[in-house]
Design a protein around this ligand. Structure first.
Ligand code: GN1
Ligand code: MG
Length: 362
């Protein structure tokens, strides 16, 4: 926050009609784009999540709120028991709070007794989380996708990310190119995945649905006691997309025990039981909606998302770290290397992993 925390907090709470009566405000989660805070009530359960939207990335933050309310309205009517993270309106009834100094802010209820995990520790956790991501898309099946705004154009679009990467290779500083030599060579050697991504985008058998688009494990809240996934959060990229990209991003983020910025190849290992559980959890909701063309690309979806994310991190490194929050020099290169090792390890296990899900995909 650019004003002091106290003043910012008072202004926001007044705008959203939240009575402050002894609250603590602390950093929350570890997103790479927005800044998120937990406002915790010391005396009761008047807890809230405050999020400052990064408007360099989300150029029209009002579109996030628009899609959120569109989905919330449909879900309330058709699935009244479904738990959906709906944004709170301001006291004046506005979708978000915008101010020249403080920026753009959204507020959400905090669900007590929930936790998020950066890493899947059990197959059941992976199953339960994937089921929640699948349920979101399934419950929004039938809604008119054309009514939704495109919050970030070409968000999951490896061919366009690839073109951006080629541009970065032309303009990067020589030292950065030098540091990234081996990583650049790896991604360049996997260009066939760009074509596979393109073919998927063009396949009429792969429909456009309303998807989450950022299905990391830590975007799911789990009940602290039962360890069941309760709901999905971080809905700022809820928009039309391909369901396979949600699946691929889950494979990318659940399958290895390593953190996303751990560049050690020895840590980027593949956990087949987690892979199987997450595919099963997602299929438990999505199977009736999937076409043979989608089912045939389950394994591929993981490769595509590892490739896309790796190329994005590498491009940002070559462009001097302008997009993702970095905490140390070379942070984005470490992230790109992590995705590289992950993609190599995952691809090496193709036969075994495909055999595990053969019964599901038919
Ligand atoms: C960003 O900010 P966060 O962590 O929710 C990014 C995702 C990436 C992710 C990688 C809008 O998400 O696409 O997969 O980092 N979001 C945006 O950790 O670019
Ligand atoms: Mg996100």
């Amino acid at each position: 926050m650019s004003l002091d925390r106290e003043t910012t907090l008072r202004t926001l709470c007044e705008a959203f009609g939240i009575a402050l009566n002894g609250h603590d405000c602390m950093d929350f989660g570890n997103g790479l784009i927005n800044s998120t805070y937990l406002l915790k009530d010391r005396h009761g359960d008047n807890d809230w999540i405050l999020q400052r939207v990064n408007t360099a990335v989300f150029k029209q933050p009002e579109l996030i709120a628009y899609n959120n309310y569109l989905a919330a309205d449909h879900l309330r009517r058709h699935f009244p028991d479904y738990r959906f993270m709906e944004g709170k309106r301001t006291a004046e009834g506005k979708d978000l709070f915008q101010d020249a100094v403080l920026g753009a802010w959204r507020v959400f209820p905090y669900i007590r007794n929930t936790v998020s995990h950066d890493n899947a520790t059990t197959p059941h956790q992976a199953y339960s989380a994937a089921q929640q991501f699948g349920r979101l898309t399934r419950n929004l099946d039938g809604i008119y996708t054309g009514a939704f705004k495109v919050i970030i154009p070409d968000f999951h679009h490896l061919p366009k990310r690839w073109a951006h990467f080629q541009e970065a290779l032309r303009t990067a500083a020589p030292e950065r190119l030098d540091d990234a030599l081996e990583t650049i060579a790896f991604y360049t050697g996997h260009e066939e995945l760009v074509h596979a991504f393109d073919a998927l985008l063009r396949d009429p058998q792969v429909s456009t649905r309303i998807t989450h688009n950022d299905t990391k494990l830590n975007n799911v809240l789990f009940d602290r006691d039962s360890n069941e996934a309760v709901c999905v959060v971080d809905l700022d990229t809820l928009m039309p997309g391909k369901a396979l990209f949600d699946l691929g991003d889950m494979i990318r983020t659940f399958i290895s025990p390593a953190a996303e910025d751990d560049p050690d190849p020895a840590h980027c290992t593949i956990r087949p039981e987690i892979f199987q559980a997450l595919v099963e959890g997602w299929f438990s909701e999505m199977a009736p909606l999937l076409s043979p063309a989608e089912k045939a690309r389950v394994f591929l979806s993981g490769q595509l998302l590892m490739m896309e994310q790796g190329v994005r991190f590498l491009t940002d490194f070559l462009e001097n770290d302008v997009y993702y929050r970095t905490l140390r020099p070379g942070h984005n290169l470490d992230r790109a290397r992590n995705q590289m090792h992950l993609l190599a390890a995952y691809t090496a296990r193709k036969g075994e992993l495909e055999a595990m899900i053969a019964g599901l995909v038919g």
